[in-house]
Design a protein around this ligand. Sequence first.
Ligand SMILES: N[C@@H](CCC(=O)N[C@@H](CS)C(=O)NCC(=O)O)C(=O)O
Length: 126
Amino acid sequence: MLPSRVLATAVAGAASSSSAVRQLIRNSIAQNPVMIFSKSYCPYCLRVKDLFDDMSISYKALELDEHEQGFEIQQELKALSGQSTVPNVYIKGTHLGGSDDTHKAKESGRLVELLNKDVWTKISEA
Ligand SMILES: N[C@@H](CCC(=O)N[C@@H](CS)C(=O)NCC(=O)O)C(=O)O
């Protein structure tokens, strides 16, 4: 059994790293009008990037498979929106969803509506 001091340090370390991951996610979403959490090899991610490229809209993509905390980021993203797959797209702070959702939003006009929003959605601090 671990001494309680070692255990407390381990737990505190885990908590601060998960709050750092939450902060990274919040900053990424708050600083980029189009934020895509992605995996470099994922065909759905390529499809959604192609959609934005075709619309000449720039985006920021964070490739979870190339990030040392990619697994933790994906877990936090799931806690934030309920979505566990990539791509996971946010537009001006609003969670849009995956590739299929983004393509549907393009068709319905919701994507352009979100892109044109003046006031960004704020991610809750929870
Ligand atoms: N219908 C979803 C499908 C997305 C999907 O299946 N993505 C795969 C990667 S290509 C995924 O996230 N798999 C689970 C994982 O990588 O953890 C969409 O349109 O975005």
